[in-house]
Design a protein around this ligand. Structure first.
Ligand code: CTP
Length: 419
């Protein structure tokens, strides 16, 4: 058995990608802290410029707290310092995001004005710029604003929104001018900064526990948090795949842009997976890959009571019957282009048991992990995975965030497709 060690390698740059966020002076500036917090949670390193007038809508403290970073303003631009702040800031980011972009800021940027920190920095950066406008529909549709947009796009800068919807200002109840919501902004940032190497691939990801009900109010389950599967779904969608995330009950918001299917029992999960796995023969192709992170209950009650069962004095014996092995069923009928990835959570004899599961279920590889490892139990944000291949290769990926593990899984699936 060949064991390679990937601990020292960094396959994911997501967590150190620096973004400069400019908060502009629209009513939507009040949503900037939510955008900042979500970007930070997604692992980006942030610097923030708030225009002087944006600070009428949102406080520096709210922005600093959300970004966990210092806020740069026109006032701090002129504080005595060795270098010019706009030039210093222009070297920092991989991209600039303008939140709540106004007609005024677009006009100034399109004209190359540099009389405040935001404009001077926009003129100095050499990275992609994403504008997320929020304004009155008449201002957005005015030929002046549209022509500035065209100018900025001509330089390769991009726009996200605005959307048709309810507006924050008086006078206009709704119209084309509403800012895209924070989740959509983070998703667009992810896509812009991520190579779309999974474009054209369809992937099923399963996550979370299943619940096998004994009666309407009691069930057999396990503490799976769903974080690993949600991380795989998030990264796969960011890298351009079409993703179906099929999950048992968890306390997580599904990533933007994925089909989210909520189930309870193993039988419901099987039905949802089977529906999407095979080619339907009517021009609808099956999926290219499945990542099965779900902790599926092996057994369910033979008879599920339709009424709540009352306590009885004597000991009770539960009769359980086995649930179908969903992954094994897929392995038995997988087409040559379909890649199957399993997860094996073991407390002992991990390598041996994982290797047997790869063979038994006809998988490409399985991710072996130990829930009893210190700090890496159910619900942890990290995982320490050993990747066990069907051809007996073994890779130790070491302790990483679940997002990084997700990227490694997708990297390996891509290698199989390319081979
Ligand atoms: N799995 C599945 N259907 C089941 C049980 C498990 O598809 N009924 C999948 C899991 O999602 C996981 C892989 O099979 O990706 C391995 O799960 P695990 O519970 O470790 O394997 P089992 O075959 O149930 O083996 P055992 O319980 O004996 O460890």
């Amino acid at each position: 058995m060949f064991i390679s060690n990937y601990r020292a390698m960094n396959h994911s740059t997501l967590h150190v990608t620096p973004i400069l966020v400019i908060v502009a002076a629209s009513v939507a500036a009040v949503k900037a802290p939510f955008v900042l917090r979500r970007l930070r949670e997604a692992g980006y390193a942030l610097q923030v410029i708030a225009s002087e007038r944006a600070l009428h809508f949102v406080t520096p403290l709210a922005l600093t707290t959300a970004a966990e970073a210092q806020i740069h303003t026109d006032q701090s631009w002129f504080e005595p310092q060795a270098g010019a702040k706009h030039l210093e800031l222009s070297h920092f980011p991989k991209m600039v995001l303008v939140v709540g972009a106004t007609a005024d800021l677009m006009a100034k940027a399109a004209l190359g004005l540099a009389d405040d920190l935001a404009c001077a920095t926009l003129l100095s950066v050499r990275c992609p710029v994403l504008w997320v406008p929020a304004m009155n529909p008449h201002m957005w549709l005015h030929p002046a604003t549209q022509s500035h947009k065209t100018t900025l796009e001509g330089w390769g800068q991009r726009f996200l929104g605005p959307l048709e919807g309810k507006l924050g200002t008086q006078g206009e109840a709704s119209g084309l001018g509403r800012m895209v919501e924070p989740e959509g902004i983070v998703e667009a940032v992810n896509r812009l900064l991520t190579v779309q190497d999974l474009a054209g691939k369809k992937i099923i990801v399963t996550a979370g526990p299943t619940r096998e009900y004994l009666d309407p109010v009691r069930f057999i389950s396990n503490p799976s948090s769903g974080k690993m599967g949600f991380a795989v779904a998030q990264r796969a969608a960011s890298r351009g795949a079409v993703v179906s995330l099929i999950s048992g009950p968890v306390h997580l918001a599904p990533p933007e842009g994925v089909e989210y299917v909520q189930i309870n029992s193993a039988l419901e999960m099987k039905a949802a997976v089977d529906l999407r796995f095979d080619s339907l023969g009517d021009g609808v192709d099956g999926v290219d890959g499945v990542v099965m992170t779900a902790a599926i209950a092996d057994y369910r009650a033979k008879d599920q009571a339709s009424e709540k069962q009352a306590k009885v004095a004597e000991n009770v014996t539960l009769e359980l019957v086995p649930n179908p092995d969903i992954l094994k069923g897929l392995g038995a009928r997988k087409a040559s282009h379909q890649v199957l990835v399993g997860f094996a959570m073991e407390t002992h004899a991990g390598l041996e048991r994982a290797s047997l599961k790869v063979q038994r279920k006809n998988l490409d590889f399985i991710c072996l992990n130990y829930p009893t490892q210190a700090g890496l139990g159910f619900g942890s944000d990290d995982n320490d995975v050993t990747c066990v291949w069907a051809d007996s290769r073994v890779e130790e990926w070491g302790r990483r965030s679940k997002l990084e593990v997700a990227d490694l899984i997708l990297d390996r699936m891509l290698e199989v497709w390319q081979a």
